[in-house]
Design a protein around this ligand. Structure first.
Ligand code: PEP
Length: 257
């Protein structure tokens, strides 16, 4: 983390878990366990679309932001099953995850559709969290750096330095998501730093230094502190551990220290 240059963000990704009726109890427990939210750390829960109203209501009086896990790149129209930027912002959604590896793997999302979704999001006030990361095979082949750089470059194609002030990037090695296998803090730092170098090449150092780059992949209450101690890791995107308020609170508190 580098609080002087950029914001720390701890974002939970509930994936397809939880019910609207469970949100209030989750919020009560979480807020009890986080003694104070500091201005340098944003805590967020990204929830399934149907849970957004309940989550927005439950977290309304707290410092916890609420986000979606996906959105349509299209403005409106005949896109059955999709949810638009306008529909999300209309109810007050503040963040949206774009290009999560599960969306890429199971729903055919590509770097190009990620770019379209990012452009759509940036027409609104929502903060996009753009996910990139390599598979185990890609890591073992030694292409992690090139692959992640390419994902970042395509995702950001046509995005201005001014727009980058509102973009968050999450480095999520696919092999670490939901597997309990975490990248070592050193390995995660290497890739997050490489992403920042790509941003500096695409834009300039000042812009690159201001972008929050999160790590995601089995981050939990035990390993968060070490990961967050790395200079280019500005927070976490957290799946499994964000479902347990106690574990999620420990991670938020680690980021707040
Ligand atoms: C994720 O869903 O983005 C994620 C990192 O999941 P987990 O923390 O469970 O690996």
């Amino acid at each position: 983390m580098n609080r002087e240059l950029r914001k720390t963000i701890i974002a939970g990704n509930w994936k397809m878990n939880m019910l609207s009726s469970e949100v209030q109890a989750y919020k009560d427990e979480l807020v009890k366990l986080v003694p104070g939210f500091k201005t340098w750390c944003d805590a967020v829960v990204c929830v399934p679309f149907v849970i957004l109203p309940a989550a927005l209501q439950a977290f309304d009086s707290t410092d916890v932001g609420v986000g979606a896990q996906n959105l349509s790149q299209f403005e409106s129209g005949a896109y059955t099953g999709e949810v638009s930027v306008a529909q999300l912002t209309d109810i007050g959604t503040e963040y949206v995850i774009i290009g999560h590896s599960e969306r890429r793997e199971y729903y055919g999302e590509t770097d190009e559709s990620v770019n379209e979704k990012l452009k759509a999001t940036l027409t609104s006030s929502m903060c996009p969290i753009v996910c990139v990361g390599e598979t185990l095979q890609q890591r073992e082949t030694g292409v992690t750096g090139d692959l992640v750089a390419m994902q970042v470059k395509i995702a950001l194609n046509g995005i201005s330095a001014e727009q980058m002030k509102n973009v968050v990037i999450a480095y999520e090695p696919v092999w670490a998501i939901g597997t309990g296998m975490t990248a070592t803090p050193e390995d995660a730092q290497v890739v997050c730093s490489a992403i920042r170098n790509v941003l500096a090449d695409l834009y300039d150092k000042k812009t690159a230094d201001a972008v929050s780059i999160l790590y995601g992949g089995s981050m939990n209450d035990k390993n968060a502190q070490e990961l967050l101690a790395q200079p280019d890791i500005d927070g976490g995107l957290i799946g499994g551990a964000s479902l347990k308020p106690a574990a999620f609170a420990t991670i938020i508190n680690a980021a707040n220290q």
